[in-house]
Design a protein around this ligand. Structure first.
Ligand code: ZN
Length: 420
């Protein structure tokens, strides 16, 4: 259900139209009598709104529902296949793209390695190529594009703002890059924000009002759902916890230019760096063998060493998890979430990682704040990020403002984003 859905409070015409559409597309009502009961709108008003939405191509009447006495009501269906949404989700080292229907279901997706440090032109041109490939297998109109990037984003202007470790991305017009090529509406957000939206709309955080998504990949970031809505903050960088001071007096440099940041000490890049050092000086025999074979240590090697019970690596991973747990405990005291989801590649390095975070949070946060707190692992993979990107776009397309402009101009079947 989109933010702000409240059928009973629907007072005006546009609010009514949005409520009717939301009721059908969320699957909570399938017939006009059901919509009327759900929204509190009169039968004539519901009929008018349904006719309007059928004329715009968003709803269709199909078959008949069972009757409760009297005539069988027509069954209404949201035309989720009326258009496509293209979604890209980028981490520091990987890229996933997907084609999604208007119900938010991923119809085709693809992932590959990438390096955001190659700069926006190279990376986003590759995203465009992958989008073109997806469209070859799923021809149709693109109604909107959603993009998640691993750094702070000014949501209104859809530009990345001084993202650490992403040379060339500062104030880059990400929206413009896609508008030029695809000519449709584009929204850009931070990757952790998309992941928390995805989990809230189609995953583990469904029905939760206050959620923190901690993404621990190469870097560390967080997405926040507050009172059922994404919380971006005044400038769009809420949840950027990777660069809070984790250990005072630390001299470990961070890619942001500071020292002692959480990400520099406990992110995936930190585990690789420390793992490499433990392999080179021979304190970890398992990683020593990796280095001797002429390879650099990868995160998967750290995970393998952990699984083989390497004591030095176990210590490395536990220390990193404690630092993330300390930061999470501070967030818990400050924000009081009902659910913390831990995602990203490091979250899946071994069971001890989540267990240590859980222990640290319970030991450090207020008893009241942890009384009913759940801490769980978000599934590995791009699914939450792509789903989040899809709903970011879909909820904007069918928002009061955009849907209203679309219907006012009596545009027949077509793309709501093209209405100026
Ligand atoms: Zn930093």
């Amino acid at each position: 259900m989109p933010d702000g859905f409240n059928g009973l409070a629907a007072e005006d015409q546009l609010g009514g139209t949005v409520s009717v559409l939301d009721a059908v597309r969320s699957g909570t009502a399938r017939t006009k009598p059901e919509i009327s009961r759900l929204t509190g709108l009169g039968r004539n008003v519901v009929t008018q709104r349904v006719n309007q939405l059928v004329a715009t191509g968003l709803l269709e009447e199909r078959g008949f529902a069972p009757s409760n006495g009297g005539r069988h009501p027509r069954t209404l269906r949201f035309r989720g296949d009326a258009g496509h949404v293209l979604v890209a989700h980028m981490g520091a080292r990987h890229l996933s793209v997907g084609c999604v229907d208007l119900r938010g279901e991923i119809t085709v997706q693809q992932s590959e390695g990438c390096d955001v440090a190659d700069g926006p032109k190279v990376v986003l041109d590759r995203v465009c190529e992958l989008f073109d490939q997806l469209l070859c297998t799923r021809p149709g109109q693109v109604w909107g594009i959603g993009v998640g990037v691993p750094g702070p984003v000014d949501f209104g202007s859809a530009r990345t703002i001084t993202p650490p470790g992403m040379p060339g991305w500062d104030r880059y017009d990400v929206r413009g890059h896609f508008v030029q090529r695809f000519g449709c509406a584009v929204w850009v957000d931070n990757d952790a924000n998309l992941m928390v939206i995805g989990e809230a709309r189609g995953g583990l955080a469904r029905g939760e009002n206050d959620v923190v998504y901690l993404k621990v990949g190469t870097g560390i970031g967080a997405g926040l759902i507050s009172n059922g809505r994404i919380h971006r903050g005044a400038q769009g960088c809420a949840g950027d916890i990777g660069h809070i001071l984790a250990v005072s007096g630390s001299t470990v440099p961070c890619r942001c230019g500071q020292v002692g940041c959480l990400e520099a000490l406990a992110g995936g890049a930190a585990l690789i760096r420390e793992g490499m050092a433990a392999g080179e000086d021979g304190t970890s025999s398992f990683l020593g063998a990796v280095v001797s074979s002429g390879r650099s240590v990868a995160l998967a090697d750290v995970g393998d060493a952990l699984a083989h019970g390497d004591p030095v690596v176990r210590e490395l991973v536990t220390t990193a998890a404690q630092l993330v747990g300390d930061a999470a405990a501070r967030i818990v005291n400050f924000f009081n979430p009902g659910l913390i989801l831990i995602g990203g590649s490091v979250a899946h390095i071994g069971d001890i990682y989540l267990a240590t975070i859980r222990q640290t949070v319970l030991a450090r946060a207020l008893p009241l704040a942890t009384r009913d707190l759940r801490i769980a692992r978000s599934p590995l993979g791009s699914h939450p990020g792509l789903t989040g990107g899809a709903f970011l776009v879909i909820d904007e397309l069918f928002s009061r403002e955009r849907l209203g402009r679309w219907i006012d101009q009596r545009t027949p079947v077509g793309r709501p984003d093209l209405v100026s």
